[in-house]
Design a protein around this ligand. Sequence first.
Ligand SMILES: *Cc1c(COP(=O)(O)O)cnc(C)c1O
Length: 461
Amino acid sequence: MKKYVAEPYRIKVIEPIKETTKEERIELLKIAGYNPFSLKSEDVYIDLLSDSGTGAMSQEQWSQIMLGDEAYAGSRSFYKLESVVKQITGYEYFIPAHQGRGAEHICLKPLVVHEGMYFISNTHFDTTRAHVELAGARALDCVISECYDLGLDYPFKGNVDLVKLEKLIQEKGAKNIAGIIMTITNNSAGGQPVSYENILKASQIAKKHQIKFIIDGARYAENAYFIKQREPGFENHSIREIAYQTFQLADIFLMSAKKDGLVNIGGIVAIKDDKSLYRKCQARVVPYEGFPTYGGMTGRDMEAMAQGLLEGLDERYLRHRTDQIRYLGEMLKEAGIPIQYPVGGHAVFVDCGSIAPHIPYDQFPALSVANALYIEGGVRGVEVGSLLLGRDPDTKRNLQSPVEFLRLTIPRRLYTYEHLKAVGEALIRVFQNREQLKGYKFVYESPILRHFTSTYKPIDR
Ligand SMILES: *Cc1c(COP(=O)(O)O)cnc(C)c1O
């Protein structure tokens, strides 16, 4: 048996990628203010910044694009997409949005009905946290402690800590909890899966306290694949069945379709049966996203998404995708590089706090490794640590993340194992010279979601 399965597709269209020299990259990074987000993508050899909207579409998706109905209202493409979303979720109401944060903007605010409210999540994704705060609420995370025991072999490190969840509800008062958000897979906690049992138990807690239960399901198909692989009792279920059962536990499904929707743009708000909430969201989609039958998407985008959602649930595709991530993870682990293990669904998370213990959290060790990796191999990864976490909204102090991760995010159907090998080799070289890594300080600090647009400079030691 092969250790890693080969691609379940062949290549029909190619996109050439440029290679730069190390000297050029040193200069390019300086021009970018040492922020990998500010690099031009053509100056990147292998781009592992994000798996969001960066994947390759299939021949079926490209052919559906010609069927797009661009009518302002009542587009045929909307009804096709609506039908797919309803089939997958079993929910009654669907509103399209231009991407995940658009869906959050539409749906989170109506849940915040008075001052001093909280959302509790296994871990809020960064845009989710931002929309919680913009809606006037506060975001509380309570992932299980196993998550941050990085080397511990535990199958569902994305789980919510159920005891802590109950305690937080008691402490803050159930009437002050605007919603419980289950992020599947748990992106900011390492793309780690959440077990069906954990989602079930959390949903029972929500029900008991009459709190809305929300699935932030950008990677719900990858999560269902892990449930099938790792959770006893699901071996013989299809991915589609597992996903469907998961949705039955929640009231609301928010999705960035740029992940498991296998499209370059798109988002979903789906509501199980709460018509009053649906009406509130519908009233918000019009001014912020667009008429409710397009919600910021074109007809052709909705066609590609209707097809992409179905392809994203294909088990052969999911096996190859997760194998690619496992391949890179195992290569790094064998070289002694500390990573979160076992790897999750969309990325390898490298523990930069251990690689560069000489860099304090507020000088951003993972940014330092990300920049060194770009210089070494033209590879772009992203910091997921204290830089991303930002400042306490009340005290304005830099928050310290429990782990300083460099995320190497694998786009869907885009790169081959050989590309990932080049990534691994470059990171191994950075690791071998790790005592030379430098911390960073701000030149400009952006006030919200600061990691996207801030600029930095290295601190000379
Ligand atoms: C990507 C993502 C979002 C935000 O979606 P965008 O499409 O980037 O706006 C929200 N939640 C999770 C878990 C995500 O991964």
